[in-house]
Design a protein around this ligand. Structure first.
Ligand code: 4AD
Ligand code: MG
Length: 432
């Protein structure tokens, strides 16, 4: 049984196992705030109501000791948790050493003690939401008939610029940690149809921003016979379904995290679609000085989304600032068939999506164009297998990549992306 169920069985005997969140003693009574995943409950151990062993255990227990307790729960307005369990029996499972985390601590200490800080109410609730978000994402794709596939994380073929990849020695050869599984999911898509991978991606980005991790969880679906417009329709339904389920099923957790569930219920298709060119004009109207070909920074994303309740799409990006696999738009050859989904209130890009060039000659043209425009050189040997997909029964297709921590950061309005993942990896953090 857990705390949440125990308080629903008012007046009856319950047994709980948990941890000591807080403890105080006053005149023959030890008050313990007991914690488990579901919540907090005040426990009162009275010297004249329990056996000697229970009393001695209660006196000996310390903050974060693991304990077991049995007794009856009743409503009590004097209790900080609204209920009180009067112990009939109390035991320590393990008595904790003096706990290194006290009430006011620096952010750095909390990151150093991350393995313990994960027991705080805030982190417990965020991690529960994270688990639900992962579950609802999979549920949506399962219902749509997607297969989940597992790509390799060690690779020689970069999917994006390649500049931000961690490299290492692989039995005398140079290998990379994947920055995106897209190329491999494309291969599996031509075998299985609707396909997605859900795996970590790695980015050796030295940027210390509140939305960049060096290791993040990346959900990457691929859809045969989809174009950019169909992909955007799927993405807005996908994100809405996750936000709505969270709001409908977990209002209690959201409330503890000070998130307005009503706001999340308003996330419904359609999301506004803004062509890149229009986005530039909006930014300039708001005082920025942007020109065609500029990418957007944190401030620009904030300006574009500060007054939005729902995410927006920015689409038809200049080909110069998007990856080599995106096809040129026939109607406007300055642009490629791609869209980014930006979260409201400056939480930034949560999805990158678009069509994939599926014709071999056009793809090679794009790769050569990228090489000369950006002064990079593809090692074509490493891409031969992927080019084969365009040699044997290629089909038009589109796909997208969603950063799960970016999504969670927005849904829960977190200040920093590091709190959306249990053990953040950033340029200045590798421990614990
Ligand atoms: O826009 P990106 O770089 O696109 C791709 O990797 C495509 N191959 C995805 C695809 O189409 N299959 O990354 C996709 C998403 C971003 O929109 C963002 O949400 C997240 O991944 N992301 C990061 N999240 C946390 N930390 C970082 N350093 C991130 N870089 C990208
Ligand atoms: Mg992107």
């Amino acid at each position: 049984m857990d705390v949440q169920h125990a308080v629903k069985r008012e007046g009856r005997k319950v047994s709980l196992a948990g941890w000591v969140h807080r403890k105080r003693e006053s005149g023959g009574i030890v008050f313990i705030i007991l914690r488990d995943v579901s919540g907090l409950l005040q426990v009162a151990i009275k010297k004249d109501k329990v056996d000697q062993k229970s009393w001695d255990s209660a006196v000996a227990s310390t903050v974060e000791s693991s304990v077991k307790v049995g007794g009856a729960v009743r409503k009590d307005d004097r209790s900080p948790t609204g209920y009180e369990l009067e112990a009939a029996r109390f035991r320590n499972v393990h008595i904790a050493e003096p706990y290194p985390i006290t009430e006011y601590q620096s952010t750095e200490l909390l990151l150093d003690k991350r393995h313990l800080w994960l027991r705080s109410r805030k982190m417990i609730n965020i991690m529960r939401v994270r688990s639900f978000v992962f579950r609802y994402a999979r549920e949506f794709l399962d219902r749509k008939g997607f297969y989940e596939v597992t790509p390799p994380l060690i690779t020689k073929s970069g999917g994006e610029t390649g500049a931000n990849m961690f490299s290492f020695d692989y039995f005398g050869d140079k290998a990379y940690l994947t920055e995106s599984s897209q190329l491999y999911v494309e291969a599996m898509e031509f075998a299985l149809g609707f396909t997605y991978s859900f795996a970590p991606s790695f980015r050796a980005e030295n940027s210390r921003t509140v939305k960049h991790l060096a290791e993040y969880w990346h959900l990457e679906p691929e859809m045969p016979y989809y174009d950019n417009e169909k992909a955007m329709k799927l993405e807005e339904r996908f994100v809405s379904s996750i936000a709505n389920k969270l709001a409908k099923r977990h209002a209690d957790i959201l409330k503890e995290l000070e998130v307005d569930a009503q706001q999340l219920l308003k996330i419904k298709p359609p999301f506004e679609r803004i062509p890149y060119e229009r986005a530039i004009a909006i930014l300039n109207e708001k005082g920025a000085s942007k020109k065609w070909g500029d990418d957007f920074g944190v401030e620009d994303e904030k300006l574009l989304t500060e007054d939005k309740e729902k995410p927006i799409f920015v689409h038809s990006w200049p080909k110069e600032i998007k990856p080599f696999y995106m096809p040129i738009n026939a109607k406007d050859p300055r642009t490629v068939a791609s869209a980014d989904m930006l979260a409201p209130h400056g939480h930034g890009e949560i999805i990158g999506s678009g069509e994939r060039e599926w014709r071999l000659d056009k793809l090679l043209e794009r790769m050569h164009e990228v090489e000369s425009a950006r002064g990079v050189k593809f090692n074509m040997q490493n891409y031969e297998w992927w080019l084969d997909l365009r040699r044997y029964g290629s089909v038009p297709h589109a796909g997208f990549g969603m950063g799960m921590e970016r999504l969670i950061k927005w849904l829960l309005n977190l200040d920093h992306i590091r709190d959306a993942i249990p053990f953040p990896r950033m340029s200045n953090r590798l421990y614990p």
